[in-house]
Design a protein around this ligand. Structure first.
Ligand SMILES: Cc1cc2nc3c(=O)[nH]c(=O)nc-3n(C[C@H](O)[C@H](O)[C@H](O)COP(=O)(O)OP(=O)(O)OC[C@H]3O[C@@H](n4cnc5c(N)ncnc54)[C@H](O)[C@@H]3O)c2cc1C
Length: 176
């Protein structure tokens, strides 16, 4: 669950009671949890910064939350971390195959990461603000996911071509 930061002080006076009250206030959730009991401590978080860091430089690179962080509301941090790792690996391999020098390839990694993450990060901020009707957020989220799926399919076709070209390249172009 999430609530406006302005209500934090009241909420933390009795975390467990307030948490349960919020759950029971949603009939579908209350029905689903009928007979359930809490078996651990309820843990909350307030320190969820939004940032995009420069993700690479000479001798170092960042993937996942280290390079770009957002709150977990749209539940994308794990897949974004895997995507970053893949983009970074592509950049390193492009250099190793002699296609793009490493500094340029790493700048490409940053551009690709930012292009892939910016809209999701913006949407996440809108979700966190708790002031947009949920129907509008869902519509925008679904549009975004659809666009991402199309981009992903294009990217897969591109990767298949690049990997085929790399396999066909003469050994000298692959070494180094
Ligand atoms: C409450 C919450 C709910 C979430 N829900 C979802 C969700 O439903 N779906 C989703 O996709 N994402 C979710 N996320 C986000 C997701 O957990 C993160 O985006 C993801 O784990 C990032 O992976 P990472 O490998 O970049 O970083 P991390 O998972 O943080 O891994 C970094 C690791 O490096 C270690 N480390 C740090 N410093 C050092 C050091 N100096 N030396 C050695 N090790 C070090 C840390 O201990 C940690 O194990 C959620 C996050 C939170 C907080």
């Amino acid at each position: 669950m999430q609530l406006p930061i302005a209500r934090r002080a009241g909420f933390v006076r009795d975390v467990e009671a307030n948490y349960l009250a919020a759950l029971w206030s949603v009939p579908e959730v209350a029905t689903g949890l009928d007979g359930a009991r809490i078996v651990g401590r309820v843990i909350g978080m307030t320190d969820l910064p939004n940032f995009f860091r420069t993700p690479a430089g000479p001798g170092w690179a960042l993937v996942g939350d280290a390079g770009h962080h957002k709150g977990p509301l749209v539940a994308r941090g794990i897949s974004d971390a895997f995507r970053d790792a893949e983009l970074l690996a592509d950049a390193v391999l492009a250099d190793r195959a002699g296609r793009v020098p490493l500094p340029a390839a790493l700048r490409g990694y940053q551009r690709a990461r930012d292009a892939a993450s910016t809209k999701v990060a913006d949407l996440n901020v809108r979700v966190a603000a708790l002031d947009t009707p949920v129907e509008a957020l869902m519509r925008d989220f679904l549009e975004l996911v659809e666009a991402e799926q199309e981009a992903d399919q294009r990217d897969r076709r591109h990767r298949t071509r690049v990997h085929a070209d790399t396999r066909e390249a003469p050994p000298a172009a692959r070494s180094g």
